[in-house]
Unconditional design. Structure first.
Length: 690
């Protein structure tokens, strides 16, 4: 350890003892010191000197009775208090006194120092002396209100400490972290004392604790010796970067702790339990990029750090260093900053700072997003159930609220096993449009909540099915109704009872009681559509019975709002052309961004859907197959015309100039007639939006 010249000044003992007295008396009236001074005979100067000497000894004894400064009192006891008579001298000084918690936090960070008793050698005591003196500003008694923002004050130890007042009174030492004044303006006869929540450290102490000239290891070798960096050591070996960090450098490594690295495994998901799982060239390149983003090609001690952008060894990828009230944080591509938890671990070719989070560059975040991994959506590795995972996954907040409303969330906390096909938040408008609700808060009736419960049960399978088990075929849900799976070369689609398709977006989120798979659309059981139709007009209910094999158009009609319903229930003749399920699926394939009725998920898109359906309804005419005339224009309920073309078949020409063939005709229905067609008709008013 580096030894310091003996510069102990008895003023330290005098100052800190007065601090202890000031803190002990608070607002409880005059202390014994003041009473004794009041009783001193002002005309007997010799007696006064004797009283002061007696008072000094008593103040040192009193230090042991102040609980929150007992470690500070022990520090004073360990330093030989020469010239105690100076304790009674007046002076203008300011003392920042660390509390017991502040000392305990310091000792927890230091290697080989578990208590002040470990400061046992002469070098240790000199080091402790430097620390104590760094808390004293001589020749200036500063009240908290007199402290200047962003000003450097010279301490009794000779180095400066910087004060800030934008968030209370704070002091920044040579670690570039700040200490807060938690009890201010304790006035003593010789100055003012403030209690602080962190022990301040001068550069001389930092140099002694981390002597650069004693370092004999490279940054790679240093990382290998740190118990809390064992996973980083493994990562460097797998990525082949150990040799790089053994080179001349200089390097500053912001080293993620083992706990931080574990989060990377959680982020990447099942199949990544250690770095031995990075076993192909693509995975190793990804790992190299992640690790390079933690290295700056400079030698940056904590005292050298600045709030700026630093280039890393990952090509063209930078991160921003941000100063906080408690030190430094690194801003990467995620929403959570990494904090420096250990600093200035010196090596022959650079320095290591330990951080509490893995860093992800913008380029790496984009790559991970392309394979369905969101760097801001990391499952809790300690989650024990599907319920817990749903509760902590932002993308499933709608599902969580819906499960709570229907009483199913607690079910998913039970033993199971369960598999959940979890629809993402954006699918809410689909179900809301069917029920005429804007948000889940609008689900107030028992019928609405029961419909929601049935839909959710249709997304739960009462067994544990991982992604590799999702083969083509049918599976039975908790509702008792089936879902059809189609696995085409690893692309997995689910077809519901209506005929709509949802695609597996991200699979195999493991839980203790099953598995979650994220799907891109809500799935609807056939019975739900039938129940919804039953709650509408008798005409709609009857129409539902005609559409058992083509429930997509029935679902669309339920979504479309009241206008089309009113047209159908009017006491007049009508002709209605109904696209088959296949017709709707072909339409979805031809549109960008529309894969299902669920993608009509905004008010504007629901208006478009309503116009499309209104274009299929012709009022005031009840046309059978024999009534159509070649070349005639049928004016639709939407307002635009449909051209009839007869060529041995009945074809309808819409504004795309493509024909829809009538595949089934003359279904008598109330005051009108139904015809099934093999294409969805599109009016001009909608074309410009598609």
């Amino acid at each position: 350890m580096k030894a310091f010249p003996k510069q102990f000044n008895s003023l330290i003992i005098f100052t800190l003892t007065c601090l202890i007295v000031a803190c002990s008396k608070g607002d409880d009236g005059p202390s014994k010191v003041e009473n004794e001074q009041e009783n001193t005979d002002s005309d007997a100067s010799d007696g006064a000197e004797e009283d002061n000497s007696s008072t000094a000894v008593h103040l040192l004894d009193l230090a042991t009775s102040i609980d929150d400064l007992s470690i500070l009192a022990l520090a004073l006891d360990k330093i030989d208090p020469a010239n105690k008579e100076q304790l009674s001298k007046e002076g203008d000084i300011t003392v920042f006194a660390p509390t017991n918690t502040a000392f305990e936090n310091l000792l927890a960070e230091l290697e080989d120092y578990n208590s002040l008793n470990d400061f046992s050698s002469e070098e240790d005591l000199l080091l402790l002396e430097e620390i104590v003196k760094y808390h004293v500003i001589a020749n200036e008694a500063l009240l908290a209100a007199q402290v200047t923002n962003d000003k450097s004050y010279t301490t009794l130890q000779s180095e400066t400490v910087t004060t800030y007042t934008t968030d209370g009174v704070q002091l920044q030492d040579k670690t570039n972290t700040r200490s807060n004044v938690i009890v201010a303006d304790n006035q003593a006869s010789n100055g003012i004392a403030h209690l602080v929540d962190k022990v301040l450290l001068p550069q001389a102490v930092l140099d002694a604790l981390n002597p650069q000239h004693n370092s004999d290891k490279t940054v790679a070798e240093l990382i290998a010796t740190k118990e809390n960096l064992s996973l980083l050591k493994d990562a460097l070996q797998v990525a082949g970067l150990e040799s790089t960090l053994n080179e001349e450098g200089p390097f500053t490594v912001f080293a993620p702790s083992d706990d931080a690295v574990q989060v990377l495994f959680d982020l990447l998901g099942e199949g990544y339990a250690s770095f031995s799982d990075f076993d192909n060239s693509i995975e190793i390149l990804l790992l190299q990029d992640i690790l390079k983003y933690h290295v700056v090609n400079q030698n940056l001690l904590a005292a050298d750090l600045e709030a700026t952008t630093y280039a890393t060894l990952q090509a063209n990828q930078n991160f921003e260093l941000v100063a906080t009230g408690n030190g430094w944080e690194i801003n990467d591509a995620s929403n959570t900053n990494a904090a420096l938890t250990e600093i200035d671990k010196l090596a022959t070719n650079g320095v290591v700072h330990v951080i509490n989070k893995i860093l992800i560059s913008p380029e790496t975040a984009e790559l991970l997003a392309s394979i369905g991994i969101d760097v801001n959506d990391i499952p809790d590795p300690n989650a024990t159930s599907i319920k817990a995972l749903v509760e902590q996954t932002t993308e499933l907040s709608f599902l969580q609220q819906a499960l709570e409303l229907t009483g199913l969330l607690d079910t998913l906390g039970e033993d199971g096993p369960y598999t959940v096909l979890a629809p993402a938040n954006e699918t809410i408008m689909f179900l809301s449009a069917l029920l005429g609700n804007a948000t889940l808060d609008d689900y107030t009736s028992s019928f609405e909540i029961d419909i929601l419960r049935q839909v959710l049960q249709y997304h739960i399978i009462p067994e544990n099915i991982t992604e590799d088990m999702l083969k083509s075929g049918n599976i039975t849900t908790l509702l008792g109704e089936p879902i059809t799976i189609k696995n085409t070369n690893g692309t997995i689609n689910f077809t519901d009872g209506v005929g709509l398709t949802s695609t597996l977006r991200y699979g195999n989120i493991p839980a203790s009681n099953g598995t979650i798979h994220i799907v891109n659309n809500l799935l609807l059981p056939a019975t739900v559509v039938d129940h919804l139709a039953e709650q509408t007009t008798s005409t709609f209910n009857a129409l539902s019975a005609e559409l058992k094999e083509n429930r997509i158009v029935m679902t669309a009609l339920l979504m479309a709002g009241d206008e089309i319903k009113n047209g159908l229930t009017a006491q007049s003749k009508f002709t209605l052309f109904l696209p088959t399920n296949a017709a709707f699926l072909n339409l979805f394939k031809s549109l960008d961004g529309i894969e299902s009725l669920a993608d009509f998920d905004t008010e504007a898109e629901l208006v478009i859907l309503s116009k499309i359906l209104a274009y299929h309804l012709v009022l005031y005419q009840n046309k059978n197959a024999n009534d159509f005339i070649d070349g005639e224009d049928l004016v639709s309920f939407q307002g635009e015309a449909i051209r009839v073309h007869l060529n041995g078949e009945i074809n309808l020409i819409d504004k795309t100039n493509k024909a829809a063939k009538v595949t089934k005709t003359d279904i008598a229905f109330g005051n009108g007639t139904l015809h099934f067609i093999d294409k969805v008709l599109i009016p001009q008013a909608v074309l410009k939006h598609l």
